[in-house]
Design a protein around this ligand. Structure first.
Ligand code: SF4
Ligand code: ZN
Ligand code: ZN
Length: 313
């Protein structure tokens, strides 16, 4: 995509963005409207939110979740929205402190209730502790993923939420999808898609309203809305195999416009229903012996991780 100046397809003013897959050039105002409509259509297409739902948005202070905060807030009063930030205790470059500060500021500006989970205060450890623990061998991002999934779900349950919205975008989803196809990882494939339904009382369904909105579009959205996401990059973010897979998906999109959308939409509409029917991955789920939250093992991965980190502190 490029920013080459043309005329807006909707109003004839000077265009700011060009969207080749939609054969549109749009001025900044119509681009913002287009993205908001697109997210609204995604919510409708996949039935992500019902009228009267209490939606908790997981907010990191990054461009995707901030864009989603503004878009969900613009969609009206049909559902209740509140935001949740997790202070992961990452001290370098004041990453966590800045993420919380930015998230809190935008919620205050929009009048959206903001709630915070403090990993250190509430659970006794931080992601910095995970990184320094000699007992944890897996990459820090993989442990961080376990932590974020657990604490956001638990907070959403305690808040009585109907769903937990995350800022995963089209690029994240098409990349993970292709990677799971290549690895023939049926378990992960069954757990992909725009909605991951609840599988019990203490599990809130997870929804991805940016499922069909690209990373470039959310960057442009925050830019034209004048939103400033947290500047710092997480110090643990590394060049991983998944970031290389992202380059491959971008190349695919370049060669065949619309590939990303075709991948995720085709999966959600045609492949996932068949997989879910024939695969038992979404079968019985038990309760963690320590915390009582859902797990397929006797003690959940969060409790196991927490114990190992606390024992090595
Ligand atoms: Fe956590 Fe890794 Fe993301 Fe940093 S980059 S917030 S460690 S998942
Ligand atoms: Zn216009
Ligand atoms: Zn547990």
């Amino acid at each position: 995509m490029s920013n080459r100046a043309k005329r807006c397809s909707w109003c004839g003013e000077l265009a700011s963005v060009k969207l080749p897959y939609a054969r549109l050039s749009l001025c900044s105002n119509h681009f913002l409207e287009y993205i908001e409509r697109r997210v609204k259509n995604t919510i409708k297409r996949y039935k992500l939110i019902r009228p009267g739902d209490r939606v908790v948005l997981s907010l990191s202070g990054g461009k995707d979740s901030l864009a989603l905060l503004h878009i969900l807030n613009s969609l009206g009063d049909d559902f209740e929205l509140c935001a949740l930030g997790v202070d992961l205790g990452i001290k370098k470059d004041e990453y966590s402190a800045r993420s919380i500060e930015v998230s809190e500021r935008y919620c205050r500006e929009l009048g959206v209730e903001f709630l915070k989970v403090d990993l250190e205060k509430d659970y006794g450890f931080t992601i910095d502790d995970v990184f320094s623990s000699r007992r944890i061998r897996r990459p820090v991002c993989s442990s961080c993923g376990v932590v974020k999934r657990y604490v956001t779900n638990r907070a959403a349950v305690e808040l009585g939420a109907d769903s937990l919205a995350t800022g995963h975008n089209l690029d994240d989803e098409s990349t993970v999808l292709l990677s799971n196809y290549l690895n023939a990882d049926i378990d992960l494939l069954v757990r992909s898609g725009p909605v991951l339904p609840s599988r019990g009382e203490r599990m809130v369904s997870r929804i991805k309203p940016l499922y069909e909105t690209s990373e470039w579009e959310t960057s442009m959205y925050v830019y034209y809305r004048g939103i400033q996401p947290v500047e710092q990059k997480c110090p643990y973010a590394l060049d991983t195999p998944i970031s290389r897979m992202k380059e491959i998906v971008n190349l695919l999109e370049e060669r065949r416009t619309g590939s990303k959308i075709a991948l995720v939409r085709g999966f959600a509409k045609k492949i996932k229903p068949i997989l879910a029917e024939h695969h038992s991955a979404l079968g019985e789920i038990g309760q963690c012996e320590e915390c009582g939250y859902p797990t397929s093992t006797s003690v959940c991965s969060f409790c196991r991780l927490r114990k190992r980190v606390l024992n090595s502190k």
